[in-house]
Design a protein around this ligand. Structure first.
Ligand SMILES: Cc1cc2nc3c(=O)[nH]c(=O)nc-3n(C[C@H](O)[C@H](O)[C@H](O)COP(=O)(O)O)c2cc1C
Length: 315
């Protein structure tokens, strides 16, 4: 059984990203050296209502294991029931509870980051979800609602409630994405708990990964935007940590992975005659900042099918 405590350190994992870390992206990240993937958040309420779309979002392939399924919700009983159902139907390797999402539609009902202001409810959710499964249960949160020091109490509450791992995005809810992630504050929180802790925020390169691990003293990292259009980052970080060097991605490798990723994506959306319209969000990231790719970037925003993409990449 998967266990955060015995995982080789540092753990470098793909962070959950709504509409991005679907099965196609997780499979690509795994193939390129990512050891653990966090799937995008799903609503516990929708899962218990048996929403088809939510059930589809929770499905995965064995090659994505070990996979952590993130849930959001504010009602402890519903969170526990969603965990039981997911466990029975899909059996992910671990569960993660979203206590950091700042989106207005999420925090409105005590979900996501709002749970940082409702510590007793947050602790109850952790306790009942732990009781609902044998699998590890982790919490992903931010430094606080408005003050970065809020994490110093919250992190202890999370551990005392029985969580097996904590991931911290080094910003407050009020900050959104403004300023930079405070790795020093994550480091202070790390000193207060004995369960493994993953640092999150602003790791965009292998060099920054080394620096974040050093400053935070954490057991590993969760990488979100740094992996968008750049799933090679996991292999590069592994190489940097073992050999102090890594390989830059060639144009040909980029083209091949973009096409592989698009094919996996199209397979998930196979009922759709123009499946790549919603894949353009990934294409933009794959060619962001690539020198001499301005014309290609423009064409990529128009692709609808795999044939269009092949023409564009080979053109
Ligand atoms: C497109 C997008 C979707 C996200 N969706 C989620 C989510 O479903 N659950 C979650 O806990 N965090 C979500 N996040 C937050 C990230 O997991 C991460 O905490 C944040 O982006 C900071 O890390 P980074 O600097 O590596 O991007 C999302 C971020 C992005 C950019």
């Amino acid at each position: 059984m998967f266990d955060w405590k015995i995982e080789k350190k540092p753990i470098v994992a793909l962070a959950p990203m709504a509409d991005m870390t679907d099965s196609a992206f997780c499979r690509i990240a795994k193939r390129l050296g990512c050891r653990i993937v966090f799937r995008e958040m799903i609503s516990a309420e929708a899962l218990v209502r048996e929403s088809n779309r939510t059930l589809q979002m929770a499905a995965f392939y064995d090659e994505e294991r070990p996979i952590v399924q993130q849930l959001f919700g504010a009602n402890p009983a519903v969170m526990a029931e969603a965990t039981r159902r997911l466990d029975e139907k899909f059996s992910p390797d671990a569960f993660d509870l979203n206590m950091g999402c700042p989106a207005i539609k999420i925090v409105g009902g005590f979900n996501g980051a709002a749970l940082m202001r409702e510590p007793q409810r947050a602790a109850e959710i952790i306790r009942v979800v732990k009781a609902a499964t044998d699998k590890p249960v982790s919490v992903k949160t931010r430094l606080g609602w408005s003050q970065p020091t809020e994490i110093l109490d919250f992190v202890r509450l999370i551990e005392d409630a029985g969580a097996d791992l904590i991931s911290i995005h080094g910003r407050t809810k009020e900050q959104g994405y403004a300023g930079s992630a405070d790795w020093n504050m994550i480091g202070q929180a790390k000193k207060l708990v004995s369960i493994p802790l993953l640092a999150n925020g602003d790791v965009f390169s292998p060099e920054l990964a080394v620096e974040a691990l050093h400053i935070t003293g954490c057991d590993g990292l969760l990488i979100a935007r740094g992996a968008l259009g750049n799933p090679w980052i996991f292999g590069q970080i592994e190489s940097m940590l073992t050999n102090n060097t890594y390989t830059i991605v060639s144009d040909e490798e980029r083209r091949n992975i973009v096409l592989d990723h698009a094919c996996l994506y199209a397979e998930i959306h196979k009922g759709d005659s123009r499946p790549l319209i919603t894949f353009r969000k990934h294409l933009v990231w794959y060619y962001k900042g690539v020198p001499d790719a301005k014309a290609k970037r423009e064409q990529l925003t128009k692709v609808e099918t795999i044939a269009d993409l092949e023409r564009c990449l080979n053109g």
